[in-house]
Each structure stands twice: as structure tokens, then as C-alpha cells.
Write a protein that binds this ligand. Structure first.
Ligand SMILES: [Zn+2]
Length: 163
């Protein structure tokens, strides 16, 4: 990360013209000049994971599928009174695949999830990563600690009900 040529802050740098001089400055300082070039998102960041995570959290809005996507899809489909094979046809997938998605045995790829959102008029994705806790891509497939705690609490509650 380079430093702003005016205030010295380490940030994404904008190329601006100030008093006929071309300077590489941070966003705040860029306001006092004529913008020539905005920073481009870096395609590949060659740095440690810590740095990558920090960058991702600050600059990117990631989306993650909602935790109850299966029941949500099923409920929306049933509300529309369409059978699973009809919905499967609408999104160009096999019924067996949709069955696995509805029972959460398969995590649908985002492209498919988006098709389901459109077909059913539901939201399957939520934004993560802006101000929420860091979520690394590797963790998305499994249960998060929060999920485990929720499941545990539910189990405890269920046990109490039985007593
Ligand atoms: Zn600056």
C-alpha cells in the first residue's frame, strides 16, 4: 500500500492534478485536486492472509447464502403452488438436484441461487463482510461457531420442554 503524497496516509491512491503537479493522494486529499485516475480494485493481492482479510472487509461487500435457504425455497415454492419438477424446469436444473438443495444437502452455486431468488421472489443472500465479523471463504461450507451455539441452545431448550 502506498502513501498519500500530501498527508502520508496509507490508502488507495488517486492520481490528481493539483497546481499543475500530478500527485498520488488519498481520497480525502484527492478532493482538493482534479481527479485524473481513481484507484482500481486489485485483482490479486500478493500479501499475507491477514492483509487480505482486512482488505476484503474494508473494500468488498460479500454475499452469503442465508442459513435456512432450503426451507425458504421449499416454503416459497409451495406458496406459489408449483411442484418441485416445475421449479426445476424453471431454473434449468434436475429435480433431484433441487431436492438436495431444498433439504440442504447441497449448497447451490450462487448463479443457481440467484435464479431461485428470481423464480420465487425471495431473498437467499445476505450481505456480509462490511461491518460484521470476518468470514473467511473456507468457513462458509461448515457450521460456524455461532451456528453450533444456536443448535446447542435449541437442544437445551428442547430438553427442557420434555421435562
Ligand atoms: Zn492524503
Amino acid at each position: 500500500m502506498a502513501e498519500c503524497e500530501i498527508c502520508g496516509r496509507e490508502d488507495q491512491l488517486y492520481t490528481v492534478e493539483i497546481d499543475r503537479a500530478k500527485l498520488r493522494v488519498c481520497f480525502d486529499c484527492s478532493k482538493s485536486g482534479k481527479l485524473l485516475e481513481a484507484p482500481r480494485p486489485q485483482a490479486k493481492i500478493r500479501a499475507g492472509p491477514q492483509f487480505q482479510e482486512r482488505t476484503a472487509r474494508r473494500e468488498k461487500t460479500e454475499v452469503d447464502i442465508v442459513s435456512d435457504y432450503g426451507p425458504k425455497i421449499k416454503a416459497a415454492r409451495e406458496k406459489m403452488h408449483i411442484s418441485r419438477d416445475v421449479l426445476a424446469e424453471m431454473i434449468n436444473e434436475k429435480e433431484s438436484f433441487l431436492d438436495r438443495v431444498e433439504s440442504e444437502r447441497t449448497l447451490p452455486p450462487e448463479a443457481l441461487g440467484r435464479k431461485l431468488e428470481k423464480a420465487l421472489g425471495i431473498m437467499l443472500y445476505e450481505e456480509v463482510g462490511v461491518s460484521s465479523s470476518p468470514v473467511s471463504k473456507g468457513e462458509k461450507k461448515g457450521l460456524t461457531l455461532g451456528d453450533v451455539i444456536r443448535v446447542k441452545r435449541k437442544e437445551d431448550a428442547d430438553e427442557k420442554e420434555q421435562d
